[in-house]
Design a binder for this molecule. Structure first.
Ligand code: C2E
Ligand code: MG
Ligand code: MG
Ligand code: MG
Length: 288
């Protein structure tokens, strides 16, 4: 009997796997079509300077509004694009679109674009980005590339070279989702980044776990010692803002300050008055 039910489970498992493979193929075909017919879009989310509350930058996030399934999150379709060999053209499209839009909005200052590890490892990456900057007239100094430490898993040597070449162009490099990987601390020492982004899971723990603040505090101190700027992501609540400012966090990003928006003008509209109104206890009354 035990054998039988074991076999039953194996069959159920197989069927489940088949369903998932089929489901993935369908989504992959839909994604191909959406990309081909230019149905993807990008949104901009403000990144705010902690001290002044001014919008200092923004992150570009790709969007896919599926005709029957609605919004499919990038956490779902980016891995599909990677698997389907679509991530290079898709990533190029995001970069080019972001640069050409941002070129017309100087108020945005810098713009941060996420790079898939597959894109990062592609041998032509640096030339490719240089030509996108040239085509769009967007200055390299205003571009930030967000990468995750997984780019170092395969070939540390070539990843290190690439980082240097990108930085030589004037591009800034930000280490995204900091703290979620295996050895974030050692990567920080070995490589030249400009910024790190503390993963939103740590920010969510502020006030919930006593060690949440301790970890963030240690990361900020270490990053500042290495000359890196720190952004906290996923900031949703006033008490998180207060805690992060007290710890000396440089930049903040999250729903508290603004959701991703297709219109980049929209996100630069956070005025000083607006900020003071939202944050009466902490914003400087008279910053000049
Ligand atoms: P990420 O780069 O860490 O981006 C931050 C994510 O947190 C975004 O999710 C953003 O919408 C979300 N977020 C922002 N503020 C808050 C907040 O206050 N609370 C919460 N709970 N979430 C917040 P999104 O847009 O769903 O993107 C998810 C991930 O997909 C990104 O994580 C990034 O890894 C990837 N991604 C997005 N756009 C691109 C892209 O153009 N290229 C590549 N390769 N990856 C992308
Ligand atoms: Mg990011
Ligand atoms: Mg992140
Ligand atoms: Mg992420």
């Amino acid at each position: 009997r035990a054998k039988e039910s074991g076999r039953g489970r194996a069959i159920a498992f197989e069927q489940q796997m088949e369903r998932e493979v089929r489901e993935r193929r369908l989504l992959e075909a839909d994604l191909r079509e959406a990309f081909e017919f230019q149905k993807l879009s990008i949104e901009f989310q403000p990144i705010v300077e902690a001290r002044s509350g001014k919008v200092a930058s923004s992150e570009v996030l790709v969007r896919w509004d599926h005709p029957t399934r609605g919004e499919i999150p990038p956490d779902v379709f980016i891995p599909i694009a990677e698997h389907a060999g679509l991530i290079l053209p898709l990533g190029d499209w995001v970069l080019e679109r972001a640069c050409s839009v941002a070129a017309t909005v100087p108020e945005l200052n810098s713009v941060a674009v996420n790079l898939s590890p597959v894109q990062f490892l592609e041998p032509n990456l640096v030339d490719n980005i240089a030509s996108i900057l040239e085509r769009t007239g967007f200055p390299a100094e205003r571009l930030v590339l967000e990468i995750t430490e997984s780019v170092f898993l395969k070939d540390v040597g070539s990843a290190t070279d690439k980082l240097q070449q990108l930085r030589d162009l004037g591009i800034k490099i930000s280490l995204d989702d900091f703290g979620t990987g295996y050895s974030s601390l050692s990567y920080l020492r070995q490589h030249r980044f400009d910024k790190i982004k503390i993963d939103k899971s740590f920010v969510a723990e502020i006030g919930e776990r006593s060690d949440g603040l301790a970890i963030i505090s240690a990361v900020i101190a270490l990053a500042h010692n290495l000359g890196l700027e720190v952004t906290a992501e996923g900031v949703e609540r006033q008490f998180q803002v207060d805690a992060l400012r007290t710890l000396g966090c440089d930049m903040m990003q999250g729903y508290y300050f603004g959701r991703p928006d297709p219109n980049p003008m929209q996100i630069t509209n956070i005025s000083k008055e607006d900020w003071e109104e939202r944050s009466p206890s902490t914003a400087p009354r008279n910053p000049n």
